[in-house]
Design a protein around this ligand. Structure first.
Ligand code: 5AD
Ligand code: SF4
Length: 466
């Protein structure tokens, strides 16, 4: 057998890209590729790019500049290094990348990863290869599956893509162009993926999709299933401790999802529900297709079904035409909702999107100042949310050893990192933790006392189903 070839993959952007990167590694494993952390000894380097915000393509070109040096160095040592650009910049600007960057051997869009082995072979025989097609079938159905050892190495929490693409066309967003139309994977495929993961020790699954709560995949009964129904099915898989999903759209919050939060203990009470702005005028210009009041109503419906539910969101400041009054409406909305955390971004025009042609750009200094005010408010809310955990006992799913020797880190239902001193055999278990301290982003606590954590062990056995 020939020596393994080394693959270095660098991923930017969202969870979908993290997941895609893993699936590319799985696709290339049967070709004899193993991952390496260093670019210099790699036979294949993949840049898995993101196009969502600011200067994405410039970043890719400057990275490609560095790779040209590494590739030349490899060539001097009689070693071939292939360079692949994947992800959303590849999809959006593939032809231009081929033209501008001779260092690139293959450009592959997010819908074509299953073709990577053939594209690499083609690059070796014919020169360079580009594939940015949108095939209609489920690309994941054709990707090789990861081996149990690879699953274990990735930890006890895993992402599974259930839906891809977006039909919403928010005016600022490239996703409908780079990821294409909304497609949902069939229920049976998702059940297979989740079962394989849990059989290798995964306890937490995050279902991902650009518009995950618009999920409408085909069920085993031939009908289209909602996300709520899918969550019910997945919760029945042995070994599942926690289910999450991201990212949701306020327009697609249906009763089956709310009922899933009410009825399924494994569905975590933490929802990422981006609103982008609190001003109806700006929401309309963004083509979000909901008002601030409708967003607040969606939040109230979640809360009516599950009292301890918490929310995070995304915000864009400085969308074209945003006045001080519009921005004040955003701050007011944040004040009304009370978030456990949120991401906020300065608006960045994306070529080809409708908002990129809008004229009334907000001055950069105004954007900076608004971003700082919003982030300060969100930070204070996050801090208050974490402080509220002090003195309570919360269930923590333990994931890994911490930086301090003897420390184990897990997450609460609300994704707060929680640290305890314990032996590492609690990794993979859900245990109650008494929260005794906190920092801005993390909690510290203790496991219930008892000889050898007997009490914790018994509770864990009950929680973990055996
Ligand atoms: N400018 C700034 N932020 C953006 N986002 C998406 N497109 C843009 C853009 N053009 C943000 C949105 C989205 C998150 C993933 O990225 O807030 O929810
Ligand atoms: Fe982009 Fe809007 Fe679709 Fe989200 S809902 S992916 S912001 S177009």
């Amino acid at each position: 057998m020939s020596a393994p070839r080394k693959l270095h993959i660098k991923s930017y952007g969202c969870q979908m890209n993290v997941y895609d990167a893993q699936r590319m590694v799985d696709t290339l494993a049967p070709e004899g590729f193993v991952e390496t952390a260093s670019v210099d000894d790699a036979d294949l380097v993949i840049l898995n790019t993101c196009h969502i915000r600011e200067k994405a393509s410039e970043k890719v070109y400057s990275e490609l500049g560095r790779l040209r040096v590494a590739k030349d160095e490899a060539a001097r040592r009689d070693r071939r290094m292939d360079v692949v650009v994947a992800g959303c910049v590849a999809q959006a600007e593939g032809e231009e990348i081929i033209r501008r960057a001779p260092v690139v051997d293959v450009v592959v869009g997010p819908q074509s990863y299953h073709n990577l082995p053939q594209l690499l072979a083609r690059a070796r025989t014919e020169g360079r290869a580009l594939d940015t097609e949108f095939p209609v079938e489920d690309k994941f159905a054709r990707l090789p599956q990861p081996k149990p050892a690879a699953i274990r190495a990735r930890g006890i929490s895993a992402f599974v893509t259930v839906q891809e693409g977006c039909d919403k066309f928010c005016t600022f967003c490239v996703v409908p162009y780079t990821r294409g139309a909304e497609v949902s994977r069939p229920v049976a495929r998702i059940v297979e993926d989740v079962t394989r993961l849990t059989e290798s020790g995964v306890r937490e699954i995050t279902l991902i999709g650009q518009n995950v709560n618009a999920y409408h995949g085909e069920g085993p009964d031939g009908r289209s299933w909602t996300l709520g129904r899918l969550l019910h099915r997945l919760a029945a898989i042995p070994g599942i401790a926690r289910l999450r999903y991201s990212t949701s759209h306020p327009r697609d919050v249906d009763d089956s999802l709310l009922e899933a939060h009410r009825d399924i203990p494994a569905v975590m009470p933490y929802v990422h529900l981006p609103v982008q702005s609190g001003s109806d005028r700006i929401l309309a210009a963004m083509n979000r297709r909901h008002t601030a009041a409708e967003y607040r109503h969606a939040i109230a419906r979640f809360r009516a079904h599950r009292a301890d539910i918490a929310f995070s969101s995304d915000f864009i400041v400085g969308f074209p035409g945003e006045t001080e009054e519009d921005f004040a409406a955003t701050l007011a909305l944040v004040g009304q909702i009370g978030y456990a955390g949120a991401y906020s971004f300065k608006y960045s025009p994306r070529p080809g999107t409708p908002a990129a042609d809008m004229q009334e750009m907000v001055a950069p200094a105004t954007m900076d100042e608004r971003l700082a005010r919003l982030q300060d408010l969100i930070d204070r809310q996050q801090h208050a949310f974490n402080r509220a955990a002090l003195g309570t006992t919360v269930d923590v799913l333990f994931e890994r050893t911490g930086r301090v020797p003897g420390q184990i880190v897990g997450r609460t239902p609300w994704l707060q990192p929680a640290h305890v001193m314990a032996s590492d055999d609690i990794i993979g278990q859900v245990l109650p933790v008494a929260i005794t301290g906190h920092e801005r982003y993390s909690l510290f606590g203790t496991l219930p006392a008892g000889p050898g954590h007997a009490a914790a062990g018994a509770r864990a056995a009950a929680l973990n189903g055996g």
